[in-house]
Ligand binder design. Structure first.
Ligand SMILES: NC(=O)c1ccc[n+]([C@@H]2O[C@H](COP(=O)([O-])OP(=O)(O)OC[C@H]3O[C@@H](n4cnc5c(N)ncnc54)[C@H](OP(=O)(O)O)[C@@H]3O)[C@@H](O)[C@H]2O)c1
Length: 334
């Protein structure tokens, strides 16, 4: 059996390119003691992967040159020498950008595909779902009637944050790029205010016009100019949650917020979230998220690309705004 895998070959400057990866076909060995062989069905494509391609350690170490590109993925166990795992079980884990993963069984999570499709465990019921859930509820502590502004609003995390905020009785506003994304937020998700930042020349003025009483919670996925614009319109006691800064991930020099003194006037707080800190509380979030999905209170969209060979292209869709919803690669299973 052969494994197709993408290995990090060089570190990108700016957007990653195909040349930063090496596509390899390698033969598979038998699992060693404690190891499990997983046939990968879906690979999650996440903005964090761009950061993992850089040298050095942030909240996790960067991927070593020559190593398989790190990625969350989901699949089926096809061989096991670990006492807790048997053939046929469905799992998720950091399986990498490859069609088969040989992994220490300690690092896998079992998922139930009778309750939800396998791919959902990489999105709404996976790492991004937990990010939205705990980022908003634990860091933001939203109260009914408050105004929640979300950037990157039509993306995986952003669209879920806004929907959870609506469930909690908040007024929800989103900033997204493009008419299709804004129509999705307005017409399908029924958000109160939607702003297309690509066709808005003065974002601070647009925020003032649409949210005249100010923002109570700003959930930021984007950073840069969008963060700066939001800071001009804070309500008193505003909570600003820095979840991501995708506008900056390809930049050598990071643009910091120049309007940060508005936080003083607003008596606001600014906080960061790393989802890894919440993995031990996942059950609580998954219970709520599954319930909301069942009740139709959450609409969940996926953007699936049906080939591992599109990986470099897929990664860049996140930075050009080409995805709507959770971006995944599907590996066809013969
Ligand atoms: N802290 C954590 O633990 C954690 C965990 C997961 C994710 N995150 C962060 O959450 C954010 C969203 O992740 P996701 O997986 O849900 O991705 P996503 O939102 O599904 O996809 C990325 C979106 O970002 C927007 N974008 C890209 N470049 C932009 C720019 N220069 N200016 C404005 N918008 C831009 C694009 O939408 P438009 O077309 O609207 O521009 C793109 O579709 C990322 O920043 C990610 O790093 C953090």
């Amino acid at each position: 059996m052969w494994n197709t895998r993408y290995v990090l070959d060089s570190r990108p400057i700016g957007l990653a390119t195909e040349a930063n990866f090496r596509r390899e076909e390698v033969s598979l060995r038998e699992p060693g003691e404690g190891e499990v062989l997983v046939r990968v069905h879906y690979i999650s494509v996440d903005p964090a992967m761009r950061g993992w391609m850089n040298e050095g350690t942030t909240y996790v170490p960067g991927v070593e040159l020559g190593a398989v590109m790190r990625a969350f993925a989901a699949g089926e166990i096809i061989d096991s020498r670990h006492p807790n795992w048997k053939v046929g079980q469905m799992v998720t884990g950091l399986l990498g950008v490859q069609t088969y993963a040989m992994i220490n069984g300690e690092y896998l999570t079992e998922v139930d595909i009778n309750s939800a499709p396998l791919s959902w465990y990489l999105g709404v019921l996976g790492m991004p779902g937990l990010t939205a859930y705990f980022g908003l509820l634990d860091k933001g502590n939203p109260k009914p009637g408050e105004t929640v502004l979300v950037s990157g609003a039509a993306g995986m995390v952003g669209s879920l944050v806004g929907q959870i905020a609506r469930i909690k009785g908040c007024r929800v506003a989103g900033i997204a790029g493009g008419d299709d994304k804004c129509a999705f937020l307005k017409n399908e998700l029924k958000w109160d205010v939607v702003i297309n930042y690509k066709s808005t020349s003065d974002l601070p003025a647009a925020l003032k016009e649409h949210l005249p009483d100010g923002i109570n919670i700003f959930f930021d996925n984007v950073g840069g100019n969008i963060l700066d614009a939001a800071l001009t319109n804070l309500g008193r006691g505003c909570r600003i949650i820095i979840c991501g800064a995708i506008s900056q991930y390809n930049n050598k020099t990071i643009q910091g917020p120049s309007n940060y003194m508005k936080i003083i006037t607003a008596r606001g707080t600014l906080t960061g979230i790393i989802v890894l800190d919440y993995f031990d509380k996942a059950a609580e979030a998954l219970n709520d998220l599954s319930g909301w999905l069942r009740e139709g209170k959450i609409i969940y969209k996926e953007h699936i690309i049906p080939s591992i060979d599109q990986f470099p292209f897929a990664l860049n869709l996140l930075f050009t705004g080409g995805n709507i919803g959770k971006l995944l690669l599907r590996i066809p299973i013969e």
